[in-house]
Design a protein around this ligand. Sequence first.
Ligand SMILES: [Zn+2]
Length: 167
Amino acid sequence: MTIQCPQCSTDYVRRAHREGVLERFASLVYIYPFRCQLCTRRFRVLQWGIRYAKQLVDRRQFERIPARVLVTFSGDRISGEGVVTNLSVRNCALQTATPLSEGALLQMRLQIWDRKPAVTIEQAAVRSVRPSSVGLQFIEFQGGESHRLGQFVSGLLGLPAFKSIPG
Ligand SMILES: [Zn+2]
């Protein structure tokens, strides 16, 4: 059974962690939450007779895909550049020589296509700092930038171009 996102109709979706009592009960009758990996919509699907082993449901909501994207960023008294080594539509790992600290807020510009303007992430938060890479969560996008990032991710996976979302 292929599960499709009701909003953008991709089948690149991921079983989401259950939230709250209602979803725990719902799973008893085979209704499970999913998260679209392109447009980020969360939705529930009836999967009659299917049981998930608890440990198979990753707490991470979005799967990161290996990539190599040049990025520039700036924030409060910080600016720099680096390379994104893997990403999803809501987070990424960044390699940079610029020291960043947990909790810092950055505007990021991802140069994902050669001849097109960079994808701008209006606000991203530094969530983890390791010697090898920095983990960032994307918090705010403007205009169609989130959709452009979704197109890039679906292209990395060789998925068909994903449907435009109204609004
Ligand atoms: Zn979707």
